[in-house]
Design a protein around this ligand. Structure first.
Ligand SMILES: Cc1cc2nc3c(=O)[nH]c(=O)nc-3n(C[C@H](O)[C@H](O)[C@H](O)COP(=O)(O)OP(=O)(O)OC[C@H]3O[C@@H](n4cnc5c(N)ncnc54)[C@H](O)[C@@H]3O)c2cc1C
Length: 291
């Protein structure tokens, strides 16, 4: 039996783990992908208080080491459902765990293109993280899909590694791009991925034209959605799927939510960390009261 189970090892979840572990609570963190959450794809973080410039990976690793060295356990499992009660249950793809309080810190989910071949080629030419996988494409030709600030940042980052970068967007770009080896193609969408074992080319189309572009890698950078489907049958969410939480309390006693998975105005590291600290403190109060 754990005191607190935290779902998600992003900044919010790891901060909760630090606060809960320092209060001597038995803490389990469940993480379905990598510790650190979304920030690991940021090469530079320049607005986290106390750090002039730190990479997302270094920040995440510091937090992971801090949480686990204080005694929090972390397992790489996907939480697929939760059950409420005096003792609560978290069911993962591998096990079932019991606890007194749950903190949901599941962040956001990367949007995918949802076209044939996309899932199968992840790691074989398709990536959602330029700073994680860009190095595999030194002197190669890559394409970035997306027109927002993140897509532009990804294209600029990759332009320092790859020989050529196509930046393909359905709309006009949100910002200017000033790198010679980036070719911007606007008002086209990616329709088809052509591959054998690895990616070979993509077909992009607009209302009157189709182009085939030969590439070695495709980076998808088209935004994020909430990631709470596993819990939204019992946890109250808004029309976009974000958890409605008041000072991190959800609609269910003893179940708290922190970070980007919540309905909020500002989704940043510092607000995720703040939620994480508050959620742990509220969970500890709940456990003490319901002993
Ligand atoms: C490229 C990029 C650059 C950014 N730069 C900055 C910046 O400079 N400054 C800044 O303040 N913010 C920045 N952000 C935003 C910042 O990363 C987020 O606000 C922050 O990561 C939110 O933390 P979180 O813990 O709420 O969620 P996340 O970081 O999304 O972490 C959630 C974690 O939960 C896990 N998870 C989800 N569902 C489950 C499940 N069912 N079971 C188990 N685990 C699960 C996920 O795998 C993930 O690891 C950036 C984001 C990106 C993508």
């Amino acid at each position: 039996m754990y005191d607190i189970i935290i779902i998600g090892a992003g900044i919010a979840g790891l901060t909760s783990a630090i606060y809960a572990s320092r209060a001597n609570k038995k803490v389990l963190i469940l993480e379905k992908q990598n510790y650190g959450g979304r920030i690991i794809s940021a090469p530079h973080v320049k607005n986290y208080p106390g750090f002039l410039d730190i990479s997302g990976v270094d920040l995440a690793t510091n937090l992971y080491v801090q949480a686990t060295s204080l005694g929090a356990e972390l397992v790489f499992e996907d939480a697929v459902s939760i059950q409420n009660g005096i003792n609560k249950k978290v069911i993962t793809d591998k096990h079932e765990y019991e606890c007194r309080a749950i903190i949901i810190a599941t962040g956001l989910e990367r949007r995918s293109l949802n076209i044939p071949g996309e899932k199968e080629l992840v790691g074989k030419g398709i990536s959602y993280c330029a700073s994680c996988d860009g190095n595999f494409y030194k002197d190669k030709v890559v394409a970035v899909v997306g027109g927002g600030k993140s897509a532009i940042e990804d294209a600029e980052y990759l332009s320092n590694l790859a020989s050529k970068v196509y930046l393909i967007s359905r709309k006009d770009l949100e910002d200017k791009v000033e790198k010679d080896n980036i070719e911007v193609i606007t008002n086209y969408s990616v329709d088809k991925i052509n591959s054998s074992d690895t990616i070979e080319s993509i077909d992009i189309t607009n209302s009157s034209d189709t182009k085939n572009i030969k590439i070695d890698g495709l980076f998808i950078s088209i935004g994020f959605d909430s990631s709470n489907e596993e819990f939204d049958s019992i946890i109250e969410v808004d029309d976009k799927g974000y958890i409605i939480a008041d000072n991190t309390h959800t609609n269910l006693d003893g179940i708290f939510a922190a970070g980007d998975c919540c309905k909020k105005d500002l989704r940043q590291l510092v607000t995720a960390a703040s939620d994480g600290a508050i959620a742990a403190t509220e969970a500890i109060k709940y456990i003490e009261k319901n002993r």
